[in-house]
Design a protein. Structure first.
Length: 117
């Protein structure tokens, strides 16, 4: 189960960092929401639900966990401004889907220039 309160706090922290870095609050940027699971079928189910809500879902990629077990991740993309209410709503929406599908929601990020936040 994903910790919604921790994810909302992480979202607020990311917004603060972006604004401190000079991003304008009304500037529309690409947001990447990251989902992870060792069960590909559960991750695929989450991807389908996110597409239904209008997110663009990238192809899942495989990686290896610290214990050597395979896992999969994808980014669900959307464009929006860096408004706390909008990003909190997206965080809640994606957390609900992740919990329903049994996958991990690792929060969101974006790229500014050459750096990922």
């Amino acid at each position: 189960m994903n910790d919604l309160e921790a994810l909302l706090a992480q979202s607020d922290e990311t917004i603060d960092i972006l604004l401190e870095a000079g991003l304008e609050a009304d500037e529309e940027i690409e947001i990447e929401h990251h989902l992870v699971s060792s069960d590909f079928s559960k991750l695929e189910k989450a991807a389908v639900e996110l597409v239904k809500l209008g997110y663009h879902v990238e192809d899942a990629e495989e990686f290896e966990l610290d214990d050597g077990q395979p896992a999969f991740y994808f980014a669900a993309l959307t464009y929006c401004t860096v408004e706390r209410a909008k990003l909190a709503a997206q965080t809640r929406e994606i957390t609900e889907i992740a919990n329903h599908c049994g996958v991990e929601y690792d929060g969101w990020g974006t790229f500014i220039g050459d750096e990922e936040e």
